[in-house]
Design a protein around this ligand. Structure first.
Ligand code: PMP
Ligand code: GLN
Length: 379
């Protein structure tokens, strides 16, 4: 069989989590919390299943969950979104992003991605017959270099992939970034696929800027969110996509044949939760900021260098002063030998500028973060 994705193997997250398990290492590689979701959420899931909410939900998502999502967007982003025509509940942001790309990208289209780029975008672009055009983020600051973006735009540009807070860098876009993107999107007539799954994880007083808050971008964007991150339930694989009615209609045409619906009792449990605790996400940033600071202060005697991450639950550490090995080799060796698993960042680039940076997930309990830091300090 001729592979349709010849460059693709098993994801780095699956490989590193597998290696961590084999060697019984502390797993700071794949991004998921090791702590329990908010009180009552798991119980509600069980109760809805017992009560008989076990058959297909409506294709676009349970109306009561879409209402709750519209409430969340009004409360946290001050935007008005129509739950009927602009919100689609999806079985994970990964599926929502796949459906958005599939809905708009045709054979020969180009899609701009910013390196380092989250791993699921390019295979989806390729399967749609498109081509990813890679533009690197500015080394060091991970800011978007808009001059380079404009150079990369061509008459074939159909879509721009935005990710803020960014995985793996943790950088967050500014209001000025969104203004420039809006100008370019209008001038060159392309759509935006905005991955905002870490929207509530922004630190040091920063604000998350959603494309939904920008009047021009809101009209040409798919914005993707994930309950997995916000409620510490990555295994529940439920998120949502917000887009204007015409884009939502096209997204749903794909979604109805990829997954058809998201899981029914999960949607009920999520709706219960947000009806009862609409302000819960406000606390998230300070909780994660504390974990980031705990991890970094425990690393203060180490030989790594870093900039505290601005958002997401990932911290990059540069090991150039410790080893000449490649990040890929070192992440595997440290998983085996010191029992701390991480993700090599070079795998997210078309042309990696360095191979000396590892990504560590700090969505972990304090004792795990402290133990990992102690092992990393001893290198
Ligand atoms: N985008 C980014 C940047 C992510 O880190 C993740 C995380 N897993 C996803 C999308 C996918 O989210 P989900 O688990 O809801 O599919
Ligand atoms: N988004 C998660 C990460 O960045 C992984 C999700 C996955 O394994 N696909 O680690």
């Amino acid at each position: 069989l001729k592979s349709k994705l010849p460059q693709v193997g098993t994801t780095i997250f699956t490989r590193m989590s597998g290696l961590a398990q084999t060697h019984n290492a502390l797993n700071l590689s794949q991004g998921f919390p090791d702590f329990a979701p908010p009180e009552g959420l798991a119980r509600a899931l069980g109760e809805h299943a017992v009560q008989g909410h076990n058959q297909y939900a409506p294709m676009a998502g349970l109306p009561r969950l879409r209402e709750a999502i519209a409430g969340q967007l009004a409360l946290h982003r001050k935007v008005t979104v129509d739950p009927e025509e602009e919100i689609t509940v999806v079985p994970g942001a990964t599926e929502g992003i796949f459906c958005a790309i599939t809905a708009v990208v045709e054979g020969g289209d180009e899609v701009i991605v910013l390196d380092p780029v989250y791993d699921s975008y390019e295979p989806a672009i390729a399967l749609a017959g498109g081509r990813a055009v890679h533009v690197p983020l500015t080394a060091g600051s991970f800011a978007i270099d808009w001059d380079r973006v404009e150079e990369a735009i061509s008459p074939k540009t159909k879509l721009f992939m935005l990710n803020s807070p960014h995985n793996p860098c943790g950088s967050v876009v500014s209001a000025a970034d969104l203004d420039v993107l809006a100008l370019l999107a209008e001038k060159h007539d392309f759509y935006v696929c905005s991955d905002e799954v870490y929207e509530h994880l922004v630190f040091d007083g920063r604000q998350h800027r959603s494309v939904l808050q920008h009047p021009v971008l809101k009209e040409r964007s798919f914005a993707h969110f994930s309950f997995g991150k916000t409620l510490s339930v990555t295994g529940w694989k439920t998120g949502y996509c917000v887009a204007p009615p015409a884009l939502t209609a096209e997204l749903r045409k794909v979604h109805q044949y990829v997954a058809f619906v998201a899981v029914t009792p999960v949607q009920h449990a999520l709706a219960d939760f947000f009806e009862a605790q609409p302000r819960y996400p406000v606390k998230l940033a300070s909780d994660y900021e504390r974990r980031r600071d705990l991890f970094l202060s425990a690393l203060s005697e180490s030989r790594f260098s870093w900039t505290p991450t601005a958002g997401s639950f990932f911290q990059l550490l540069d090991f150039a002063d410790i080893s000449d090995e490649s990040d890929t080799a070192l992440s595997e060796r440290w998983t085996r030998e010191i029992g701390v698993a991480s993700i090599p960042v070079s795998v997210f680039y078309e042309n990696p500028p360095t191979q000396s940076v590892l990504r560590f997930c700090f969505a972990k309990s304090d004792d795990i973060l402290l133990e990992a830091a102690e092992r990393l300090c001893a290198i």
